[in-house]
Ligand binder design. Sequence first.
Ligand code: ATP
Ligand code: MG
Length: 256
Amino acid sequence: MAKIFCVANQKGGVGKTTTAVNLAAGLAQLEQRVLLVDLDPQGNATMGAGINKSDLQTTVYQVLLGMADVKGACKRSEAGKFDVLPANRELAGAEVEMGELDNRETRLKQALSAVNENYDFVLIDCPPALSMLTLNGLCAAHGVIIPMQCEYYALEGLSDLVNTIKIVHGKLNPELKIIGLLRVMFDPRVTLSQQVSAQLEQHFGDKVFKTIIPRNVRLAEAPSYGVPGVCFDPSSKGAQAYIAFGAEMVERIRAL
Ligand code: ATP
Ligand code: MG
C-alpha cells in the first residue's frame, strides 16, 4: 500500500516542485518505488523529471476526467528512476470541467487506488492555489509536506493552508495530517531566516522536519537539463540535503 503525500503551499515559488521532484529521486535512490503526480498545469514537475510536457497524448487531465487510467498515462523518469503522472496546460481546463462531475474532490483518490500496490510512495506536486486541483491532492493523501522559505510573509500564508487542511480533514479526508514543514532555500547567513526558523520550531515542534534544504544553485540549474537535482550533481549541498530528507521521510512514515 502506497503512502501518499501532497507537497502543498498556496504561495507561489516556494520550492514545492523542487521538493517533489528531488524527494521522488531521493526516495528512488533508497530503493523505494515512487510515483510523482504533477497536479499543476504549469507542468514543472513533469519537465523537471525529464518528460517533455508538450508532446503528451495522455496526462493527469484525462485521468481526472475519467478518460484514461493512471497506468496508461504514466511515463518513466529515466534519470530519476521513478514514474510520473504528467501534466501540461490542458489541466487548467479540468478545474471547470470537474465542477460538473460527481465526486469532484475525490477523482484523483479514486484513480490512484488502482495503482496503490505498485508503489511505496506517491508524491503529489500541487499548484500554487487552494483550488479544486489542490483539493483533489489533499483528498487523495495521507499527509501534507509544506515547503516554506524562512521569511516573514511565509508565516502569514501558513494559517490559510493549515485551516484548509483542517477543513479537508474534518469533512472529506479524516486520514489527512500535516507530516511536516520543510525549510527550503535556507540561507544561514540571513538573520531573519534564522529567526523565522527558530519561530517555526517553537510553534510547530516536531512538525518541523530536521532536514533543512539550503539555497543551492545546482538545484535551480537541474530542471533545464530535465534531471532531478539529486541526480544532476549528487555531491552538491542541495542534493545531499534532499537525500537526507528522503531518509527522514522513510523514518517518519514508519512511525505514522
Ligand atoms: P510554483 O508555485 O510556481 O509551482 P514552486 O513552489 O513549485 O513554484 P519551485 O518551482 O520549486 O517552486 O521553485 C521556485 C524557483 O526557485 C525555481 O526557479 C527553483 O529552481 C528555485 N529553487 C527552489 N529550491 C531552491 C533551492 N533550494 N536553492 C536554489 N533555488 C531553488
Ligand atoms: Mg511548482
